[in-house]
Write a protein that binds this ligand. Sequence first.
Ligand code: 8YV
Length: 323
Amino acid sequence: MKRLIRKRGDAPIELLLLRPVHDLALRRLERDFSLLKAYEAPDAAAFLKAVAQRVRGIAAGAHSMIDKGMIDQLPRIEIIANFGAGCDSIDLTAARQRGIPVTNTPDVLTDDVADLAIALLIGTVRQLPAADRYLRRGGWARNGPYRLTTSCTGRTAGILGLGRIGLAIAARLAPMSVAVHYHNRRPIKDCPFPYHASPTALADAVDFLIVSCPGGAATERLVGSDVLSALGPDGYLINVARGSVVDEVALVDALTHHRIRGAGLDVFGNEPDVPAALIDRDHVFLLPHVGSATTQAREAMANLMVDNLVAHFSGRPLLTPVV
Ligand code: 8YV
């Protein structure tokens, strides 16, 4: 059944789509809105100019770049609904200045991203991808057992960004007997984990540094050569947040010169490009940004993004506003 938000006779509410969205989101959006698909236009900039006066909202596909220039170009825009928890590709200051709410999709992906962080941690420390390659390439049959690695149990992890995802990672580390420390901009009241006032101090105190903070200007290259040196030659870096938080040049240098032992990365500075120097290292576990890539999380994210748009245009409170 057609279920339009507008009243009979009103013009349809037009939403801009800069990139393709999840199928479920598309089906639901098509039911309630009229969609302006910039990604189907041969010249996206010209398309945007042509429809600018009509756009009432944006349904942002993954990592759609929405900067001040774009927001300024859309005089009637009322809401930006992001597909994802991280909103680092959206200029939140520009949106706030115009009074345009931005929504995201937190919580529904937390468990899957936290699971992935643990998988990356164990996989990196125990060198599982390299051991798998060793078997497939005939190394086991030819040369005998794979080399010994190190235990995770009994060691200490530092969580850089103890938010929803950081806390879910901490909860998974407890039964592994991995102690948790953390750094946030400010200590969390009544938090049971030891706080460190800087990323360097955190890295110095732990064996594993797990990055789960938001991306964006405030955290850009927070993990640089000082932090990596503090992590030390037996330390491991795990990143499930944003590639921008880690200085990749410094990371490659630290790995090359054995200033840290290994790294497990789900995110990169310039996705989908991955620095060639990270490929084919036994101590590095690389994944193609799959933290939330489960059917369940992505469907829930799609629904939440659309629910926020529907709530806004029905005059109901937003479910998950960011600004
Ligand atoms: C992406 C993410 O949204 O939520 C985030 O911040 O990084 C992911 O869940 C995902 O890559 C969408 O494709």
